[in-house]
Ligand binder design. Structure first.
Ligand code: ZN
Length: 161
């Protein structure tokens, strides 16, 4: 063990505000290699795929939708409904702590952005015009999700209660 003073001081800057996200987040270079350009644009640049073009808007398979970036289970096919919008839509996440929300005022609109609570990936937006029981519509991008058909859809679904 070295006793050199000063070498273990943390180098803090104002920009480093997400220490817990860094734990599970791959490097930008790795993401650019692993994700498709659209997946990267949606999750890292808060992009939106064109309606009716994504992989999952009309998907009715059972399973758990994971974050495309960090693999965290986010949504269940049990809570998926046909919103008619052309994007995969859910009434709730599998666990309310799985996603984070924040106010998004881009494009002259006031919307609630939804991000992965684990890695910070942009997922989509949530609106309050959804069906019962929550009245919420989590409008997600297919490009931010990966359907894991090997997981039962009731996995970690306790967040709905
Ligand atoms: Zn994630």
């Amino acid at each position: 063990m070295s006793d050199v003073p000063g070498t273990d001081l943390p180098t803090t800057t104002a920009a480093r505000t997400e220490p817990q996200q860094a734990r599970n987040k791959p490097t930008d270079e790795e993401l650019r290699q692993r994700l498709t350009p659209e997946q990267y644009h949606v999750t890292q640049e808060a992009g939106t795929e064109r309606a009716f073009t994504g992989e999952y808007w009309d998907c009715h398979d059972e399973g758990i939708y994971r974050c495309i970036v960090c693999d965290t289970p986010l949504y269940s096919s049990l809570h998926k409904f046909d919103s008619g919008t052309g994007w995969p839509s859910f009434t709730c996440p599998v666990d309310k702590n799985a996603v984070a929300t924040s106010v998004d005022t881009s494009y002259g609109m006031v919307r609630t952005e939804v991000t992965c609570a684990t890695c910070g990936a942009h997922l989509g937006h949530v609106f309050d015009d959804g069906p019962p029981p929550t009245g919420l519509r989590y409008c997600m991008n297919s490009a931010a999700l990966r359907l894991d058909r090997d997981l039962p859809p009731d996995q970690q679904a306790s967040g709905a209660s």
